[in-house]
Design a protein around this ligand. Structure first.
Ligand SMILES: Cc1ncc(COP(=O)(O)O)c(C=O)c1O
Length: 388
C-alpha cells in the first residue's frame, strides 16, 4: 500500500509506523559515535525489539543486550549473536538457557553471583561475567526511572565489594541514566570513578548502561566522544560498552489512530480514539508525559475544553483514567479522521507486548477438588510472534 506520511489518510485502523529513513539516520549516528570514541554500542531490547528490522540494525551494530530469557533468545536467534545479559534476578528454571544465549552475563548482587557463577561457566565456557554496581548518583528526576533512588534494588554498593574481586569477574555494569545528555554522563562519571576506579585494574570491560540519548537533536555528541576518549586514556585496558535503547528508536515513527466518537461532559469534550493510553502508550500515564499530536498544540494545563477546537483524547479501554488532555486543533475533529501520536516507537512496541520479555505467568483454574488445571502456559514463541 502506498501512503502519504504527512497524514497517513489511507490508514483506517491503528498502526505503529516505523520510518526506515529515520531509523537509519539514528543507526548511522550511533555507529559513528562508536567508531570515533572506540566503544561498543549495543541495542537494549527493553526499549526496542522489532526483530523484523534487525537486518537493518546489523548493517550498523553487532550486538544487543537482554534482560530476560525471551530477550536473550531473541538476540541469539533473530539478531544472530549472543547477548550481553543482565537481570535483576536469574531463576533456577531459566538460568541454563540464558547462559547459553549470552556472551556477557551480569549479576545484580553478590548472592546471585555466588548462586550462579560456576553454573554459568559450566553451561557456557565462553561467558564473560560481570557485576552491576551502584554509584549512588543519578540525575534522573522521575523516581520510577531512577536506578539509584533510595532503597533501589539495583546494583552492588562499593562498600559491599571485596578488595580483590573473584577471579572470574571480568566487568562492571553501571546504569544510571534515562534520556540523559552527555553533561549528565560527565558529572555521573566522576562519582562512578570516585567509588569504583580502584577495582578497574582488575577488570576487562565496563558497561555504562543505557539512557544516553545521543540521537536527540540537542544532545552534545562531541562531548560524549570526548568524555569516552578521555576515559580510554585513563584506563586504556578497559573495553567500554554503552547499551542505549531509546536512542535507537527515538523519533523514528508514530502511532496512527482514528477518532471514533466525540463526547461532552459539562465543559469537557473528549475525542474517543481506537487506541488506548494505558494499553498502547503506557509511558504517557506512567512517566507521565504529554505526547505530541501532529497538527495540534499541546496545552500543558489541560482543564475544561471551552474552546471549540480543544479536546481531551480518550482511550478505548474501560480504565477511567485512560485519557489525556488537552490538545488544541485547528479544526473541529471529525469521526474517522486520523490522530497521529508522534515518537511512539521506542518502549511502546515492547511494553504493549511482554515488556522486557519477562516470562508471562501461566494461567490456571483451581477446581473445587483442588485439581489445578493449567489453562495456558506462555513461551518464547508467544513473545516472538506478538512482534511478527
Ligand atoms: C540496565 C539497562 N540498560 C539499558 C537500558 C536502556 O535505557 P534507554 O532505553 O533509556 O537507553 C535500561 C533501561 O531501563 C536499563 O535498565
Amino acid at each position: 500500500m502506498k501512503t502519504d506520511p504527512k497524514n497517513y489518510k489511507e490508514l483506517t485502523q491503528p498502526v505503529y509506523v516505523l520510518e526506515e529513513d529515520r531509523l537509519r539516520k539514528n543507526l548511522s549516528l550511533i555507529a559513528n559515535v562508536a567508531k570515533k570514541a572506540n566503544v561498543e554500542i549495543i541495542l537494549a531490547f527493553k526499549a526496542y525489539a522489532l526483530w523484523k528490522t534487525f537486518p537493518i540494525f546489523k548493517e550498523y551494530i553487532s550486538a544487543t543486550t537482554a534482560s530476560s530469557l525471551s530477550e536473550a533468545h531473541l538476540g541469539y536467534e533473530e539478531f544472530g549473536t549472543p547477548c550481553h545479559t543482565f537481570s535483576p534476578a536469574y531463576t533456577d528454571y531459566e538460568f541454563e538457557e540464558i547462559a547459553k544465549y549470552s556472551s556477557h552475563l551480569t549479576f545484580n548482587s553478590l548472592t546471585q553471583y555466588d548462586r550462579y557463577h560456576l553454573k554459568a561457566r559450566q553451561y557456557n565456557k565462553a561467558l564473560s561475567l560481570g557485576l552491576r554496581v551502584n554509584p549512588e548518583y543519578s540525575e534522573v528526576g522521575t523516581l520510577l526511572y531512577n536506578p539509584c533512588s533510595p532503597g533501589t534494588r539495583f546494583g552492588i554498593l562499593a562498600e559491599k565489594l571485596p578488595e580483590i574481586l573473584p577471579e572470574d569477574v571480568d566487568g562492571f555494569h553501571v546504569h544510571c541514566h534515562c534520556e540523559s545528555g552527555s553533561d549528565v554522563f560527565e558529572r555521573t562519571l566522576v562519582h562512578i570513578e570516585e567509588k569504583f576506579a580502584k577495582w578497574f585494574p582488575q577488570l576487562k570491560w565496563i558497561n555504562f548502561g543505557g539512557g544516553h540519548l545521543m540521537t536527540r537533536a540537542d544532545y552534545d555528541i562531541d562531548k560524549l566522544i570526548q568524555i569516552l576518549q578521555h576515559f580510554h586514556s585513563r584506563y586504556p585496558w578497559l573495553k567500554v560498552i554503552l547499551e542505549p535503547g531509546s536512542a535507537f528508536g527515538w523519533q523514528t515513527g508514530s502511532l496512527v489512530s482514528q477518532v471514533v466518537d466525540i463526547v461532552e461532559y459539562r465543559g469537557y469534550r473528549t475525542a474517543i480514539l481506537n487506541v488506548s493510553f494505558t494499553a498502547h502508550m503506557p509511558d504517557c500515564l506512567e512517566m507521565p508525559y504529554h505526547p505530541t499530536v501532529r497538527g495540534a498544540e499541546t496545552l500543558e494545563n489541560g482543564g475544561e475544553t471551552t474552546e471549540p477546537t480543544t479536546y481531551r483524547l480518550g482511550g478505548n479501554s474501560c480504565l477511567s483514567g485512560d485519557w489525556m488532555g488537552n490538545w488544541r486543533f485547528d479544526h473541529k475533529l471529525q469521526i474517522g479522521e486520523n490522530i497521529i501520536f508522534e515518537d511512539m516507537l521506542h518502549y511502546t512496541t515492547v511494553k504493549t507486548n511482554t515488556f522486557n520479555g519477562i516470562s508471562h505467568p501461566a494461567i490456571a483454574l483451581l477446581h473445587s477438588n483442588n485439581e489445578l488445571e493449567m489453562l495456558r502456559e506462555y513461551s518464547y514463541e508467544d513473545y516472538r510472534v506478538r512482534m511478527d
